[in-house]
Design a protein. Structure first.
Length: 204
């Protein structure tokens, strides 16, 4: 039996959604509608629901951009974390809120994660380079030697936390940068860095 026009359209929808997911920007139902010039959003929703029902896509309930590729080989499906801005790996500077899409990670059930793009080279000794994306788990405390994103007097930085005799220090992994020793009560930990992502070629 040959493929019907509806089947061919559904295959095209899957290719479109797959490409968007792999690019780190899962589409909404309305974006699928616009991409295929469907008259009604229900037409796009029907194709997406059909792909979910057939196991070719996975939908996370309650999320507009909740479409995912199915797991392969019994592993957990990837999760998508928003890149919400930029953070300095250098001298203290105001964090820049500049959403730029999503980065894929292996799912961590219950984890509250966000991602930031790194500016500066103070963490090169920890293999965190300018332009890398760090995935951060939100938490207000961390252990000695954890790499954290910290806020000092409303300015953000990514550094290695050192706890020394009741004093908190933020250390670079680059000898060109002196430690940051905030006064008591002036620092807030935003989270612990749990992953680093890097593109070897710049985006075109």
């Amino acid at each position: 039996m040959g493929r019907t026009p509806a089947d061919q359209t559904r295959d095209a929808v899957l290719r479109f959604v797959r490409e968007r997911i792999l690019a780190g920007d899962p589409p909404t139902v309305r974006e699928v509608q616009a991409a295929f010039d469907f008259r009604a959003v229900q037409s796009a929703r029907a194709h997406l629901e059909g792909l979910v029902a057939s196991g070719r896509l996975v939908k996370e309930p309650g999320k507009a951009r909740g479409y995912r590729l199915p797991a392969a080989g019994g592993h957990a499906p990837p999760a998508w974390v928003p890149v919400v801005g930029r953070v300095q790996a250098g001298a203290l500077t105001t964090a820049v809120e500049e959403p730029e899409g999503y980065v894929t990670i292996r799912a961590r059930p219950g984890a509250d994660l966000f991602a930031l793009r790194v500016r500066g080279d103070s963490m090169v000794g920890a293999a965190i380079l300018a332009g890398d994306v760090v995935v951060v788990r939100r938490q207000e405390t961390a252990d000695d030697r954890d790499i954290v994103v910290a806020l000092v007097d409303d300015e953000a930085t990514v550094k290695r936390l050192r706890l020394r005799r009741g004093r908190v220090e933020l250390h670079a992994e680059n000898p060109a940068f002196a430690p940051i020793i905030p006064p008591p009560g002036a620092m807030q930990i935003l989270g612990k860095v749990v992953e680093v992502h890097r593109h070897l070629e710049p985006d075109q």
